[in-house]
Design a protein around this ligand. Structure first.
Ligand code: CO
Length: 209
């Protein structure tokens, strides 16, 4: 059986399962969405958003790109962030990176990756910002893992720089979280990013509202 045939067969089974548990499942799903979380993760096929969080359709608004980046001039991520916060009124925004991230790995190497260069340069900027800490790590694996974590942290900072996040924080206590998924163990790790502290530190420069 081809992969495609299998997918459609899986889908038929999934519908059956859902309807057995709740005959009105899809009718309910069609009514609309009210997710409480916006999840920004990596496109990596191993890092499936809903699966690793054990959530159902309708529970999490998802955006994925290479290396879970939040870039202020990327209309795609910015549209998602604005829609999720202003219209869906999510309560939490999560940036989830993962160890063994190919995008982060590529940014650590000196190679010309064509159209990916400007995208990956944002990760190189994270490296430059935290160069002292990273260069102090002699083990390459540790440095790689740490850059994954610092990249998540900086993407959270990028979120905090936006007007939409600053406004929702002030008005209704929206919060931003940084997580890392450990592909090796399957564990989801909360980096416990101190959102109010970061906000206080960067507001001197990035206050918009
Ligand atoms: Co990745």
């Amino acid at each position: 059986m081809s992969t495609f045939d299998k997918i459609f067969e899986n889908n038929a089974h999934w519908i059956e399962q859902k309807l057995t548990l709740d005959p009105g499942y899809f009718e309910q799903l069609a009514k609309g969405q009210a997710p409480e979380i916006l999840y920004i993760g990596c496109s990596d096929s191993r890092v499936t958003a809903e699966d690793l969080m054990g959530v159902q359709p309708g529970e999490v608004f998802v955006h994925r790109n290479i290396a879970n980046m939040v870039i202020s001039i990327d209309m795609n991520v910015m549209s998602v962030v604005n829609y999720a916060i202003r219209h869906l009124k999510v309560k939490q925004v999560v940036v989830c990176g993962h160890y063994f991230c190919g995008g982060v790995k590529a940014a650590m190497q000196s190679s010309d990756l064509g159209i990916l260069n400007p995208w990956l340069r944002n990760i190189r900027d994270v490296y430059r910002l935290h160069k002292t800490e990273l260069n102090n790590l002699t083990d390459e694996g540790e440095r790689y893992n740490r850059l994954v974590e610092l990249n998540v942290q900086e993407q959270c900072v990028n979120l905090i720089k936006t007007a939409v996040v600053q406004q929702a924080y002030k008005e209704r206590g929206l919060s931003v979280h940084g997580w890392v998924f450990d592909v090796h163990s399957g564990k989801l790790i909360d980096l416990k990013i101190d959102f109010p502290k970061i906000l206080a530190e960067i507001m001197e420069i990035y206050r918009i509202i």
